[in-house]
Design a protein. Structure first.
Length: 136
């Protein structure tokens, strides 16, 4: 029986299949659904759990090389929300691009974890593996 870390069997199964340079998406409750992408939906009610909470749980036992988020996240969220994310991500490189470009990356992901988060544009595309200087 697992007593530490992520206890959700679907998330553990998904994470165990992510390899070096693969993508994993952690998304808010409004993120579009892709039938071809394995989705583990752990949304419970508005705001539970959050993308940040799921990210922190995943990060504990997962090597992350880079995080990509929507540029719109910076424009619409207050400083406290932006700072909490930056603090949780450090020292992992955090890159921003348009929400439309971010969504174009999703079909290449191994899977997607959908949360109940209501924070606008809180979605993350995570590159597995060590930090890679000069990554496109």
């Amino acid at each position: 029986m697992i007593v530490h870390g992520i206890i959700n069997p679907q998330i553990n199964f998904l994470l165990s299949r992510v390899r070096h340079t693969n993508l994993l998406v952690i998304a808010d409750r409004g993120f579009p659904y892709w039938p071809a992408i394995e989705t583990v939906d752990i949304s419970l009610v508005d705001g539970v759990p959050t993308v940040l909470q799921v990210f922190q749980a995943v990060r504990a036992n997962f090597e992350i090389g880079e995080i990509i988020m929507a540029r719109e996240f910076l424009k619409v969220n207050p400083p406290g929300v932006r700072q909490a994310l930056a603090k949780a991500a450090a020292p992992i490189p955090l890159r921003y691009e348009t929400h439309e470009n971010l969504k174009k990356r999703v079909p290449g992901a191994i899977g997607l974890i959908r949360t109940g988060d209501t924070t606008q544009y809180a979605n993350m595309v995570i590159f597995s593996g060590p930090i890679q200087p000069g990554r496109d």
